[in-house]
Ligand binder design. Sequence first.
Ligand SMILES: [Fe+2]
Length: 243
Amino acid sequence: MQGLFDMHCHIIPGVDDGARDMNMSLAILKEEKENGVTDIIITPHFRREMFETDRTVVLERFLAIRKEARSVFPDMRLYIGCEFHSNMDMEQILASDPLYRMIGTKYVLLEFSSVHNKAYIKERTYALLARGYQPIIAHIERYPALARNIDLVEELRDIGAYIQVNADALIGKDGWGYKRFTGKLLREGMIDFVGSDAHNTSDRACHIGKAYTHVVRKIGKNEADRIFIQNPAEIVRAAAERS
Ligand SMILES: [Fe+2]
């Protein structure tokens, strides 16, 4: 049965600051299931000088967790993606290995840092679009350069970027400011994806189910299904087309 998607989370054991070991990975998956999630794109970090785990190790551990999950959660489908932290030669890095992209497709979950300015964010986003990639800007509510400014988010969408926000921001777990800003984006129809960004089962846990209920209440089931099911399903479809 098709349930919700989680397209941004850190569940592969021991490759970034997400799940430490297989037990933690399975505990997060259990929570995903309790949230009504059936399809998960796991997105381990790639960030220079911080998270540079070799992609062959990432793939190996992904296959291990997927194998384990198939016996414990047979209704769940796991896919491999990446949360890619921007840099000046990311076009070449992204082209070098499909594991830097979302299920090997043209979709790239693109992260910026809190010190990047808006010109850099726009230029890097555009650089990916110009190379035929489809950037999805990760947790857009977080970047001070966008100053929680809806016009700047609109500019990024106008050039072709997709926008992701975190479930915790929408439901208020990340504070009032993020809740207000993401609520505004929601009402303006500017959110394309919601991810849990789950790293564990405590302070950064999965709240996709709660966020889905919240979005249904705010803008209706059709729009909620577009964000939590149809848009991420499009990435899976694009991946199937590639293979
Ligand atoms: Fe993340």
